[in-house]
Design a protein around this ligand. Structure first.
Ligand code: AMO
Length: 423
């Protein structure tokens, strides 16, 4: 049996086809029944004779029939079924009506029944775009001489500060779920010069917000032999363009159905932190500290959009107080650390790192860390670490802002948040 995919149906007018997929929706008009059949490539209308017993929505079907033109059918064509086989019947009515699925409506219900709500067109499209972004990430870096690495997610110390660590029992020892691959990706720069990792990381964020997950996909990059943080930013700019190109071309159907307003990728200006702070205070009337809160980021994003017409804004030269111990200090209280705001949301942190052993030991102490807890990391700095830097992009956050999703949880198939551990 040869299977025709739904997207091939319009090219088969007048021909017999056999389709397989899910019963997306059905309607009985008395004399005739309409069904929508969904497969991985789309949805098509099927006309089913009166008397044929259609199973519950979401059952798996095999349908044979002839493709005919019908101006009233979606797309102008439909399949007149003459054979219908139920491959796997749905045992119960779906807890949500998938065709009406819409992420602006009752988000908790959508997440509660994620195993079926993911089948909705928008949910599927969003994750498809994300997969294309990640593919673009890998393809670009592979072509630039990077090596993909796989670092441990069970670790002995936090890399990003101690407050949001998940502690676990590791036999007789205390261990933690990795907050980021930071320390390992730096060690790996000493091996390969250029590395990247695509992997989940864990943050014990106490608050449920629209931009925080407790488990998210971190797209990490680290490179050796940099002059300063601008080399790192140059790389990220080119990488972002490649990722967005791959999303637009490689997930064109999904991008089209979500009606994505494409961001301006031509310009991604760099604003130094003191200047960003001045703008927030003087031009926008927002009193801000060293690190910008959500409101300040949003205001800055809006300001950059209005002033310069840009969607991406790098904020550079973050103060030491707002950066982790590994950030390269300029000596004046600032660092070579940067953030990237995309439509007013931080999607990246990065920067140049400390590569000198003594400076690193001092920086650890200054942030209240015991260097002994970082022994496995520190050691490598005795053996020739090049000046290096890197960054991490939150995969869900870039997806959220690209697609205009109201909540970052819709950018993850099975989100872990403050209250959700299932499905
Ligand atoms: P940072 O902690 O800023 O930096 O995280 C990097 C990026 O990860 C995303 N992110 C999150 N996404 C969803 N939920 C969360 N709770 C969450 N926390 C962070 C954001 C953020 O910009 N090691 C450094 C990166 C580096 O310097 O290379 C780090 O982890 O998009």
């Amino acid at each position: 049996m040869s299977r025709t995919l739904v997207k091939e149906v319009p090219n088969k007018i007048g021909e017999k086809v056999t389709l397989q997929g899910w019963l997306h929706w059905k309607r009985d008009l008395g004399g005739i029944q309409f069904a929508l059949l969904r497969d991985r490539t789309g949805i098509v209308q099927v006309v089913v004779e009166k008397g044929v017993d259609l199973p519950l929505a979401e059952s798996c079907l095999r349908v044979s029939g002839e493709v005919v033109q019908n101006a009233k059918a979606p797309g102008g064509y439909e399949v007149l079924a003459n054979g219908l086989e139920v491959l796997t019947p749905a045992l119960e009515p779906s807890p949500i009506e998938i065709p009406k699925e819409e992420w602006r409506v009752n988000p908790e219900t959508l997440l509660e029944y994620r195993y079926v709500s993911l089948r909705g067109e928008k949910a599927r499209a969003a994750l498809k775009v994300q997969a294309a972004l990640v593919r673009g990430f890998r393809n670009f870096l592979d072509a630039q001489g990077f090596t993909e690495i796989y670092t441990p997610k069970i670790v002995s110390a936090g890399a990003e500060g101690g407050s949001n660590l998940f502690a676990i029992d590791y036999f007789e020892q205390r261990a933690y779920l990795a907050q980021s691959p930071q320390l390992y990706k730096q060690i790996m720069v000493g091996v390969y010069e250029r590395v990247y990792e695509v992997a989940p990381v864990f943050r014990a964020e106490q608050h449920a917000t629209s931009r925080h997950l407790n488990e998210y996909l971190s797209l990490d990059v680290e490179i050796g032999f940099v002059e300063n943080e601008h080399d790192v930013i140059d790389l990220e700019e080119a990488l972002l363009r490649a990722m967005l190109d791959e999303a637009r071309e490689g997930a064109a159907d999904a991008v089209g159905m979500l009606e994505v307003e494409w961001p301006n990728t031509a310009e991604m200006p760099r604003l130094e932190h003191p200047e960003a702070r001045r703008i927030l205070r003087e031009e926008l009337g927002m009193p801000v500290g060293a690190d910008f809160n959500e409101e300040a980021e949003r205001a800055l994003g809006q300001w950059a959009k209005e002033k310069w017409g840009v969607d991406f804004l790098f904020v550079t030269k973050y103060p030491e107080a707002a950066r982790p111990f590994y950030a390269y200090p300029e000596g004046d209280g600032s660092t070579r650390g940067f953030d990237l705001l995309f439509r007013g949301l931080e999607i990246t942190s990065g920067g140049q790192r400390i590569h000198q052993y003594d400076v690193l030991v001092e920086a650890l102490k200054k942030k209240g860390n015991d260097p002994a807890n970082f022994a496995g990391y520190l050691e490598v700095f005795k053996y020739g670490m090049p000046p290096h830097g890197g960054f991490a992009i939150g995969a869900e956050r870039i997806t959220q802002k690209l697609l205009g999703l109201p909540n970052v949880r819709y950018a993850r198939a099975f989100p872990r948040d403050r209250h959700r551990l299932t499905p």
